[in-house]
Design a protein around this ligand. Structure first.
Ligand SMILES: [Zn+2]
Length: 413
């Protein structure tokens, strides 16, 4: 059996280094032998049995795939016990792949956090996180953004910086604390290699299917312990009825617990994206203040030209919201603006899958809420436009225009 052995944890004020050794074939899954987490505060007084949690949660599920052992010097008892339930939930999600592997601590430590009324919300700045914030506003004392894609401590990541700025501004506007953590937990594992071996059998990738949520939640546990907050909230990205095997699921996230009273809440699984937008639009109308969302995955602002931006705009319109109040800088005639955008860009939109899952719920809501929607010109166009046909035509235009560069790429010239 292969081993992942955590040798020691070195703390330098707010930065924690996890030095480990990997044996056998499992070592080829790792790009480095040091994982780091940079916290927004001094963590030197936090017990090692709690500090170890982000490391454990970032790598433990790898041991399930190839029956290896994760060895750690010490671990929090409540967390260790909860891992059994977490693993069982993942096993039920992936019923046709037997999860093996185990974790072996040298010492099991009893830590205790007192029950608190407040919560830390994991916050990426998208629709899910904003909805969970609004729904649980009265108890959320801090929001936490975790970035795991750094290669080193001095690396620069533009996407992470953009998220940082958006989340910080949001926290300031809401008068709550903003916590930010940088780490290499995502880059340290060679996910291409892991996926090559296992993603077909598991029908899931390492990052989406196993790592991300566990790493985020366990990072939040360290800060929850630091600030005496016993509740961690994570917004659901999926919805009741969607059969998606995602690392962040109500049956897995909610199984985590720590330091006796520490609990994790996977929030708003019962709501679909359109229903979440309704909560956000209603809230914005109630406060009368702008409520900037950052949904675009390709830019530091909402580009208003990608499918994700467009999707959010149609969802806001379906609730009769003013899209300009939500950080979308678009002209007043949405119809003429999007006729042009769709012509230029739709070939690159992944509308097959997206339209199936999201647009159909928005169409339904538009019809249901039709009388209350002011921008009927845009809604009528959206409801009647043949996006599939436009997508096919857009693709042909794209291939014609880029024929030689695509050919060059395919031939590896
Ligand atoms: Zn965009």
């Amino acid at each position: 059996m292969d081993n992942i052995i955590l040798n020691d944890i070195v703390i330098k004020k707010n930065i924690v280094f996890y030095h480990f050794k990997v044996t056998g074939e499992t070592s080829s899954f790792f790009r480095s032998d040091t994982m780091f987490f940079e916290f927004p505060c001094d963590v030197s007084n936090i017990p090692q049995s709690v500090l170890v949690l982000p490391f454990v949660a970032s790598v433990y599920s790898l041991t399930w795939f190839n029956n290896s052992i994760l060895w750690v010097p010490e671990i929090d008892r409540t967390f260790l016990m909860s891992l059994r339930d977490v693993k069982q939930s993942f096993q039920e999600m992936h019923y046709d792949f037997l999860f093996k592997g185990k974790i072996v601590p040298s010492k099991i430590i009893d830590n205790k956090i007192d029950r608190s009324d407040d919560a830390i919300l994991l916050f990426g700045g998208g629709v899910d996180a904003h909805c969970s914030f609004i729904r649980n506003k009265s108890i959320i004392s801090r929001i936490l953004n975790v970035q795991g894609w750094f290669k080193s401590l001095d690396a620069v990541d533009k996407g992470a910086d953009d998220d940082f700025r958006h989340c910080k501004l949001f926290a300031e506007s809401q008068n709550i604390d903003f916590l930010y953590v940088r780490s290499n937990f995502a880059t340290i594992i060679n996910s291409v290699k892991v996926d090559k071996l296992y993603s077909k059998k598991l029908r899931e990738s390492w990052w989406h299917g196993f790592q991300h949520s566990q790493a985020f939640i366990s990072t939040a546990m360290v800060l929850a312990f630091k600030y005496g907050v016993s509740n961690i909230y994570i917004a659901s990205s999926n919805t009741t009825g969607d059969q998606v095997a995602c690392a962040s699921d109500v049956t897995t996230d909610s199984m985590f617990s720590f330091a006796e009273n520490g609990r994790v809440f996977h929030d708003a699984f019962e709501l679909n994206r359109q229903e979440k937008i309704k909560i956000i639009v209603d809230y914005q109308k109630k406060t009368g203040k702008p409520y900037p969302l950052k949904v675009c995955s390709f830019n530091d602002h909402n580009c208003c030209e990608c499918e994700k931006c467009f999707r959010t705009i149609i969802e806001i319109v379906a609730e009769n919201g003013d899209v300009n109040a939500f950080g979308f800088d678009v002209p007043s005639s949405l119809k003429s603006y999007y006729q042009d955008v769709v012509y230029r860009r739709i070939g690159l939109w992944g509308i097959g899958f997206e339209s199936k899952i999201y647009w159909s719920k928005t169409r339904k809501r538009m019809l249901e809420n039709y009388d209350n929607i002011q921008d009927k010109e845009f809604v009528d166009w959206f409801l009647n436009f043949d996006f599939d046909k436009a997508h096919r035509q857009g693709l042909i235009r794209y291939y014609r225009k880029n024929f030689f560069s695509i050919l060059k790429r395919k031939l590896n010239l």
